[in-house]
Design a protein around this ligand. Structure first.
Ligand SMILES: N[C@@H](CCC(=O)N[C@@H](CS)C(=O)NCC(=O)O)C(=O)O
Length: 236
C-alpha cells in the first residue's frame, strides 16, 4: 500500500500522457492534498482494495487536459473509473465502494445506526465550512459549535472511539481528512485548541492516527500548510 509521500513521484501533470483509460482497470483519481479525495482513498485502503483499485494522483493546480476531456468533465477529484463508467463526489463514492467492492463494511446493519451515520455525514459540509471560516475569523464563535456537535455525536454510542462505537465507519472517514487539516492549521493560524474540552474528539483523532488506512494517506503537515496559504489565503 503506497503512502502519500511515495506517490508524489507519480503525480500526473498537464505535460503527462494519459493512462490507458477504460481498459478495464479500476482507477481512483486523487490529488495528494485534496481532503475529499483522501476520504475515498482511506476507504479503498481500509477495505483492502489496493490490488483492485489503482490510485492515480493528479496535480489539481496543473491539471492534464485529458482529465477533463476523457475522464471526468467537471475536472475535480476524487473520481472513480469503474466498469466503463466514471463517477465523482466523495460521499457518494464511499457508498459506492461499500456497495460494489469486498472488504469490511463501512456501515453497520442496524437501521438506527445507519440513520445516525447519514445524519452525521450530512453535517460534514457545515463542519468543514465553519472550520475554514474559523481559521480566518473568530475560531470559538465560528467553529466552536461545530466541534461541539462532533463531540456530542461521538458521545451517542460511547462504546468505542469511533462515531458508531468500536468500529471505524464512513462517518469517521468523512471527517478524518478535515480533522487532520484543522489539527495542523489551528495552532498556526489561531490560538484556539480544537481538542481542548473535547476528549472524545481527541481520542477519535488518536485512534485514526493508529489506523494504517488513514496514516498512508496523510500528506506531510508542511505541504498542507503551504497549500492552505496558497489556495485559501492567496499567498504566492
Ligand atoms: N464535493 C466534492 C468536492 C471535491 C473538490 O472540491 N475537489 C477539489 C480538490 S480538494 C478539486 O478537485 N478542485 C479542482 C477544481 O475544482 O478544478 C466531493 O466531495 O468530492
Amino acid at each position: 500500500m503506497s503512502t502519500n509521500a511515495e506517490l508524489t513521484q507519480y503525480v500526473l501533470r498537464s505535460s503527462s500522457p494519459a493512462p490507458a483509460i477504460f481498459d478495464g482497470t479500476t482507477r481512483l483519481y486523487i490529488s495528494l492534498v485534496c481532503p475529499y479525495a483522501q476520504r475515498v482513498w482511506i476507504a479503498r485502503n481500509y477495505k483492502g482494495l489496493e490490488a483492485e483499485i489503482k490510485v492515480v494522483p493528479i496535480d489539481i493546480k496543473d491539471k492534464p487536459q485529458w482529465y477533463m476531456e476523457k475522464v471526468y468533465q467537471p475536472g475535480r477529484v476524487p473520481c472513480l473509473e469503474h466498469n466503463g463508467k466514471v463517477m465523482g463526489e466523495s460521499l457518494d463514492l464511499l457508498y459506492y465502494l461499500d456497495d460494489h467492492f469486498t472488504g469490511p463494511q463501512l456501515l453497520p446493519e442496524e437501521e438506527e445506526k445507519v440513520r445516525f451515520a447519514k445524519e452525521m455525514m450530512g453535517y460534514a459540509s457545515t463542519f468543514i465550512k465553519s472550520g475554514y471560516t474559523g481559521l480566518k475569523g473568530d475560531a470559538l464563535k465560528d467553529f466552536g459549535s461545530a466541534l461541539d456537535a462532533l463531540e456530542a455525536g461521538l458521545a451517542k454510542y460511547g462504546d468505542g472511539p469511533f462515531f458508531l462505537g468500536e468500529k471505524l465507519s464512513m462517518v469517521d472517514i468523512a471527517y478524518a481528512p478535515f480533522i487532520q487539516r484543522f489539527d495542523i492549521l489551528y495552532p498556526i493560524f489561531t490560538k484556539y485548541d480544537i481538542f481542548q474540552g473535547r476528549p472524545l474528539l481527541a481520542s477519535l483523532y488518536q485512534e485514526l492516527n493508529k489506523t494504517e488506512a488513514f496514516k498512508k494517506t496523510k500528506a506531510d503537515p508542511q505541504t498542507l500548510v503551504t497549500y492552505y496559504r496558497q489556495h485559501f489565503l492567496g499567498e504566492k
